[in-house]
Design a protein around this ligand. Structure first.
Ligand code: NAP
Length: 287
């Protein structure tokens, strides 16, 4: 037996922050595991998992592009929650004889974690607008629906937005908008929203290094709106800069990144991540 390990898989994988985060926590706890990165190309996930299934040192893997949705077709078990979101970001193995691989989704709880203190504040109304219809948007929409927010979905491909909402049991088709014609939804405009707690979430790569920015006029947002950008490279996107400039509350992508990793860490290593070191971790991730 070698050294027990978990890993992050995807393609490309060099940019992944997961090894930094998990190895930081492992070192803080003095645990004898390591966390690696492994490039797994599209179409190779089945063969890869077959190999890992028999590897007794393997504690599981985080899953990133392009495998988050495909993973469900290569595992033995997943919950109804994972089926609703339609994507897994974490796989583990159970059983020593039949060695089943189980798919989890920790993105939705990771998304929710940094927002929870804000959600505890009093609000007369709540409304969320989630831009995107991929795995991150589905996880965020699931988390927001569960937290009592009506969810507006905005996407380039409307068919994908409708399909995502059907899976999530969000049946109000009036709440789907085309990204090309996106304006601030009338419901969230300033004027009639005193005491409202509204949330705008970017769950697309727009604003990420190498992508165009998300162009959106924030001037009509109600003052009770918070803006959350799931992009974390860069951490301060144009969208967040604009929102901050307008005095709106902002949530950056690192909050979710750390939150989803902490939930995965507990699944891989059966220990809680040492979150008292978050400030140091954020500083490392920002370099
Ligand atoms: P995904 O499943 O590939 O979905 C991408 C979404 O973005 C789709 O809705 C797609 O629209 C849209 N999109 C892609 N390129 C676009 C463009 N040029 N113009 C307009 N829309 C575009 O990806 P994902 O896993 O959901 O990730 C989405 C974003 O969230 C990424 O930036 C990722 O880094 C970030 N993320 C962050 C965390 C975190 O922990 N902070 C976790 C997961 C993801 P169509 O449906 O029309 O193709």
């Amino acid at each position: 037996m070698g050294r027990p390990y978990a890993e992050v898989i995807g393609d490309p994988i060099d940019h992944s922050k997961s090894p930094l985060i998990h190895n930081f926590w492992l070192a803080k706890l003095g645990l004898p595991y390591e966390f690696r990165r492994t490039r797994v190309r599209r179409g190779q996930l089945g063969a890869f998992l077959q190999h890992r299934r028999a590897d007794t040192d393997w504690c599981g893997c985080s899953v990133t592009l392009p495998h988050k949705a495909d993973a469900l077709g290569h595992v033995d078990e997943y919950s109804r929650l994972v089926a609703k979101i339609g994507a897994a970001n974490c796989l583990t193995r159970i059983g020593t004889t039949d060695r089943k691989i189980v798919a989890h989704n920790t993105d939705w709880s990771g998304f929710l974690e940094p927002l929870e203190p804000w959600f505890k504040e009093e609000a007369t109304y709540r409304l969320a607008t989630v831009i995107g219809a991929g795995g991150a948007a589905a996880a965020a929409s699931y988390a927001l629906d569960r937290s009592g927010f009506p969810v507006i979905s905005v996407n380039r491909d409307l068919g994908k937005a409708f399909a995502m909402r059907r899976r999530l049991d969000l049946f109000d088709d009036d709440l789907v908008m085309d990204l090309g014609s996106l304006e601030i939804p009338a419901e969230t405009r300033a004027g009639s929203r005193d005491g409202a707690q509204d949330l705008l979430v970017n769950a697309t790569p727009l604003g990420m290094a190498g992508f165009p920015p998300l162009r959106l006029d924030l001037s009509r947002l109600s003052p009770g709106t918070a803006v959350c950008d799931l992009v974390y490279h860069p951490i301060e996107t144009d969208l967040l800069r604009q929102a901050r400039h307008r005095g709106l509350r902002v949530f950056d992508g690192l909050g979710m990144l750390i939150g989803q990793a902490a939930a995965a860490f507990a699944l891989f290593f059966v220990e809680s991540a040492p979150r008292e070191h978050d400030a140091e971790l954020r500083e490392l991730l920002t370099r």
